[in-house]
Design a protein around this ligand. Structure first.
Ligand SMILES: [Zn+2]
Length: 285
């Protein structure tokens, strides 16, 4: 594979492959044809990793973004933000640091609404925050967001006014343009969208609809990244949730692994979350 390869990876929290029935699965709502089409192209992979119980965010994300079976290493699925032992594992094994060792230039495209990109309270350090702080030396913050060089976690900035943001909301298409610009400047770009998991836990159909409406507009433009030569678009999740409106907890459903563009075929054979990072690293090798 070419050394000029660029990858854009969108990680969507709590976004599994569920029933085809739109009465149960909001992702199959005919009002979201783009999401439906992307799911049809995706390859299902296992998120349970042979460990009993429902998959959770901390170990699921660590598996996906470090290429390890994290629930096996920890002895169980672990939710929320990583505790010290898992955090140490993430700092050692994450895809950003592995790519840096290969001479590549990875980045995390999410913005943090903070003034100091190096100081994020421990209680707010998710898997991706830990990765970015330890391997990339910081995170994107206010200045980058305002300059269109980062994407907010809610895509359009609609949750940001209560946090002191006084700028405009932007369209999903504009946010996708910002993401494409960041991805065009780096070998590997990760963007995380976790509102889907929150919406699934809320059991609030309006919030579910709002998140999916945003993704419906955002994803096609972001996925167009994979239509350019030497570029690959990837999308995956850590576990199911939003695809089943009969429960407010995570599900044991497989999650979609979508790959479009250069090297996409290599992702058709993968079986579980822990296979994704090694497959990405092989493309760059
Ligand atoms: Zn959750």
């Amino acid at each position: 594979m070419s050394n000029d390869l660029k990858i854009l990876f969108i990680f969507i929290d709590g976004f599994g492959i569920g029933s085809d029935d739109p009465a149960v699965n909001p992702l199959r709502d005919p009002r979201f044809p783009n999401i439906g089409k992307l799911l049809d192209q995706a390859h299902p992979i296992d998120a349970c990793l042979g460990i009993e119980g429902k998959p959770q965010s901390a170990t699921g994300q660590a598996s996906l973004l470090c290429g390890i079976n994290a629930p096996e290493a920890m002895g169980k699925h672990m939710e929320g933000f990583p505790l010290p032992r898992l955090k140490t594992l993430i700092e050692k094994e994450n895809i950003f640091s592995k790519l840096r060792k290969m001479g590549k230039d990875p980045t995390f495209a999410n913005s943090y609404w903070i003034d100091d990109p190096f100081h994020i309270p421990l209680r707010r350090q998710s898997v991706t925050t830990v990765m970015s702080l330890s391997a990339n030396g910081g995170v994107r913050h206010k200045d980058e967001l305002m300059a269109g060089q980062a994407v907010n976690h809610d895509i359009t900035r609609w949750t940001m006014h209560e946090r002191g943001y006084d700028g405009p909301h932007i369209s999903e298409e504009e946010a996708a343009e910002h993401l494409l610009a960041v991805a065009g400047d780096h070998d590997f770009t990760l963007y995380e969208y976790f509102m889907t998991d929150r919406a699934g836990h809320s059991g609030n159909p309006e919030l579910v609809f709002q998140c999916l409406e945003s993704l419906e507009k955002f994803l096609p433009k972001a996925a167009s990244f994979g239509h350019q030569p030497n570029q690959l678009f990837l999308l995956c999740s850590d576990h199911g949730n939003i695809e089943d409106n009969t429960t407010r907890t995570h599900t044991q459903n497989p999650v979609p692994l979508l790959a479009i563009g250069s090297g996409a075929k290599k992702f058709q054979l993968l079986e579980n979350l822990a296979d994704v990072t090694p497959a990405i690293l092989r493309l760059f090798d």
